[in-house]
Design a binder for this molecule. Structure first.
Ligand code: SAM
Length: 260
């Protein structure tokens, strides 16, 4: 097969470090009959060891040249190829509990994570490689500089675990930044349910719209001091001091207030 030239617009940085590849597949722990979906198989760095362990692998890929290569690969008979943009992919079209894995295209990481966040009911777990800085924000706890809207919205749905750091040399071509692998497992009710998810999203977005201001100021017109105090939120605290549980409690209380 002719050599593939990496396409920057598709965030193509191909994994070449066998130890990193081995560590990712070991973290995923696929078993033969699992429904596994790989996002962006590329030249098959993860695809090859995955298909060695399972009967069938779903792959979602946007690059037509790569699709052609996948169809010609020696493991093509084990692949179910979904050609197109993962941001538009309907994961519910694949029935049953799924394991998602991918060395994700970094140029679409934030919209992709928000898209994937909605899949908590559909998945067993997710293992992704992303920019280290993004993974740090995903797993960040309250009272840290990395904690923000992404942390709250993902931690609402998932338990997050930072697994390991990957240096640029592990890829060809090497990206400009360090990378990291993260594990996401659907929450088992630790955080509680937002009674109106859209409203919860809005409150969190509003709270983090001005990080430096106190929560009393950023949520002016949304929540008064009494409501904040009822949720055990200090009105003089900043958005990064408030836990996902407190955002859920606040959103739920405001929903009750709206409805009376
Ligand atoms: N899994 C391979 C590896 O580890 O070497 C490739 C990883 S590369 C960082 C990202 C892959 O995602 C590429 O194959 C790229 O073509 C694909 N991709 C980029 N944008 C995509 C999108 N919107 N939908 C589906 N696949 C996409």
């Amino acid at each position: 097969m002719s050599q593939h030239i990496a396409r920057k617009r598709f965030g193509q940085n191909f994994l070449q470090d066998q130890k990193v590849i081995f560590d990712i597949v070991r973290a995923v722990q696929p078993t033969q009959n699992d429904t596994v979906i790989e996002i962006g198989p590329g030249l098959g760095a993860l695809t090859t060891p995955l298909v060695a362990q399972i009967n069938q692998l779903h792959v979602i890929e946007i690059d037509r040249n790569i699709i052609t290569r996948l169809k010609q690969s020696e493991y093509a008979h084990k692949l179910i190829i979904h050609e197109g943009d993962v941001l538009k992919f309907d994961f519910k079209s694949i029935v049953g509990p799924k394991k998602l894995v991918g060395n994700l295209p970094y140029n679409i990481s934030t919209p992709l994570l928000f898209h994937l966040a909605q899949l908590a009911d559909e998945v067993v777990d997710m293992h992704f490689m992303l920019q280290k800085e993004v993974v740090e924000r995903m797993v960040a706890l309250p009272n840290s500089g990395d904690y923000g809207r992404l942390s709250v919205m993902l931690q609402y749905f998932f338990e997050m675990e930072y697994l390991f750091t990957v240096p640029p040399e592990a890829f060809d071509p090497p990206p400009k930044v360090k990378s990291a692998v993260v594990r996401m497992i659907p929450q088992q009710g630790r955080i509680g349910l937002a009674s109106d998810f859209e409203f919860f999203q809005k409150i969190v977005a509003q709270a983090f719209s001005q990080r430096r201001k106190t929560i009393r100021n950023t949520l002016k017109g949304w929540a008064d001091e009494a409501v904040l105090l009822l949720c055990q939120i200090d009105p003089t605290s900043r958005p990064e001091n408030i836990s996902p549980q407190q955002y859920v409690a606040l959103s739920n209380l405001l929903c009750v207030q709206k409805s009376v």
